[in-house]
Design a protein around this ligand. Structure first.
Ligand SMILES: *Cc1c(COP(=O)(O)O)cnc(C)c1O
Length: 391
């Protein structure tokens, strides 16, 4: 019985099962190409959907914000950690998401873990999509409400689960807006219809959708009567860090009183907050970025299908290329790296058995030439691994 010996054994097990995550150390800022100690590659796996992670205008805002507001808040929000910019960003997010108010967290992970236990208890029921993000699963675990799980995006199953908890005081349907392993969208309109029919509330985590989906980029909930929206500042909205909940005013007021990650964790750095305000403005001033992103996404999806690849999902810049076998996904990712495309393979237990895939993510900042090159390299690697036919 040796504690550290056991940890080492478990680490060895992860390596043997190819589940050990190796971190690639970047030597360049986040962009459409990235440089590691070994090489420069086209980056096809960042959540940098709008190219905001290193946008010149946002860098300028960030530099000015350091001068104006300093670096750290050194406090939680309710002691001396609330600056005017925090309230401005909360208002800007609420307005953009068509909600009454919003509250900032250090991450969307924190937002999701601080939400459910604050607003529901053992008399209530949470009906959750089986593919929901780990932070939702953890948040639901912290809450005493009864838990029901419905099959991914299956509205019949959701209906039957709703029927089975009509005796609960409140029902809350919970879903990701975008299922990030599949690049597919939740049926938010249908969820809202069922919620009305079975007297339930709705919560959507739109982390992969805000800035990307919807006529104005407000996400999968745009124009729909969703009660609670959570999301991140760590993806399309600049990619630094931070999360939020947007909802009715009294719900947000209660979160400020009781939500544990909000009360007991440091306030977001004002440089991140001020820059996020600018990111939100930039997003609204440049709708062509989203149109561009969708054109590029369609180009890549179409090109991969033409080459004979099986591509999952729809209408979202997450483009998963299904190769089925875990070993093929790993080999493909490694050959792609060698030829200059950075993409990651996903396999069981992250996705179902025999559904292994290499996931690509398009950015509005990718040039046409870069995506053309990605297709060329995919053609080459696909033939090499016999995922597609040689012609
Ligand atoms: C990325 C993501 C999160 C985590 O966001 P952070 O702000 O990085 O904690 C939560 N939920 C979903 C659906 C996500 O895609």
């Amino acid at each position: 019985m040796d504690f550290y010996h056991d940890i080492n054994t478990n680490l060895e097990d992860l390596k043997r099962q190819s589940l050990y995550k190796q971190e690639h150390c970047l030597q360049s800022p986040q962009s459409t190409t990235i440089t590691t100690s070994a090489q420069t590659m086209i980056n096809m796996c960042a959540n940098n959907y709008l190219g905001f992670a290193n946008h010149p205008q946002l860098l300028q805002t960030a530099q000015q914000a350091l001068t104006d507001y300093g670096y750290g808040m050194a406090s939680v929000r309710f002691i001396c950690g609330t600056h005017a910019v925090h309230q401005q960003l909360e208002q800007a997010l609420a307005t953009f998401l068509q909600q009454q108010d919003a509250i900032l967290y250090s991450s969307c992970f924190d937002a999701n873990t601080g939400l459910f236990e604050t607003i529901l208890d053992a008399r209530d029921a949470i009906i959750s999509d089986e593919l929901n993000h780990a932070s939702i699963i953890d948040g639901v675990r912290l809450c005493k409400a009864k838990r029901l799980r419905y099959r991914n995006n299956d509205m019949d199953d959701l209906r039957s689960k709703l029927k089975s908890c009509q005796d609960a005081r409140y029902r809350l349907i919970v879903s990701d807006g975008v299922f990030s392993m599949d690049g597919s969208l939740a049926q938010v309109a249908n969820i809202c219809t069922l919620a009305k029919e079975y007297n339930a509330l709705t919560m959507i985590d739109d982390s992969h959708a805000v800035g990307v989906i919807g006529a104005t980029g407000a996400g999968t909930c745009e124009g729909l009567p969703v009660d609670i929206i959570t999301g991140t500042l760590g993806k399309a909205l600049g990619g630094a860090m931070g999360g939020y909940v947007a909802a009715r005013q009294e719900l947000i007021a209660m979160l400020r009183q009781k939500s544990r990650p909000y009360l007991f964790s440091n306030s977001l750095a004002p440089v991140v907050v001020a820059t996020s305000i600018q990111a939100l403005k930039l997003l609204q001033q440049t709708p062509e970025l989203r149109t561009n992103l969708m054109h590029k996404t369609t180009y890549l999806r179409h090109g991969l299908r033409q080459l004979g690849f099986e591509v999952l999902g729809d209408q979202h810049p997450i483009v998963p290329v299904l190769v089925r076998q875990a070993t093929i996904a790993q080999q493909m990712a490694s050959l792609l790296h060698k030829q200059g495309v950075y993409a990651v393979g996903f396999f069981y237990p992250v996705v179902p058995k025999d559904m292994a895939r290499v996931r690509l993510q398009v950015s509005a900042a990718h040039s046409d030439a870069e995506l053309e090159q990605v297709l060329e390299i995919f053609a080459h690697v696909g033939k090499q691994l016999q995922v597609i036919k040689r012609t």
